[in-house]
Design a protein around this ligand. Structure first.
Ligand SMILES: [Zn+2]
Length: 158
């Protein structure tokens, strides 16, 4: 083996193993052990829940399958089921902690549809209050939140 190969093989193996998930925000949170720092609220078997640190509205959470897949058709029935169960669980917690009057719930699929992380599917659950903002601004811009993420995380994890 040449010196060049010895030097670079470890880096190469790491790069290949990480593949397209290397730069993925959700995959980094998935692999990390620092749930509090990453605002990971719940970990399930096939999916987890994370606070959006650039929220559309106060209490905005995302429900994310562990698998790095970007197409709706690639989600397995088990992954779907757990994503929906986690969504129900979080809607109950958010209702208890923030008393919203409604929710927006759904997915942005593809960059053109407003997806921030294109390669890794995720569901948005966004609490709504009368007069908070109109629907379109909710989907297109980041707002300044009254409640800090740390405080909200603490309330949702308890
Ligand atoms: Zn990913």
């Amino acid at each position: 083996m040449s010196d060049f190969k010895r030097l670079w093989a470890p880096w190469r193996i790491k790069f290949v193993a990480q593949g397209p998930t290397r730069g993925c925000f959700f995959c980094r949170a998935k692999r990390s052990k620092e749930d509090r720092r990453n605002y990971v609220i719940v970990r399930g078997t096939a999916a987890f829940v994370i606070l959006n640190r650039y929220p559309y509205n106060n209490g905005h959470v995302m429900i994310v399958p562990y698998r790095h897949i970007g197409k709706l058709t690639l989600l397995s029935p088990a992954e779907w089921m757990e994503c929906l169960q986690l969504s129900q669980r979080l809607s109950r917690r958010l209702a208890r902690v923030l008393s919203p009057q409604g929710f927006n719930f759904g997915m942005n699929l593809g960059r053109v549809a407003g997806a921030g992380v294109v390669g890794h599917l995720h569901l948005h659950l966004v609490p709504r209050w009368h007069g908070d903002t109109n629907f379109m601004p909710v989907l297109t811009r980041t707002r300044v939140m009254a409640q800090s993420l740390d405080e909200l995380y603490r309330l949702l994890v308890e």
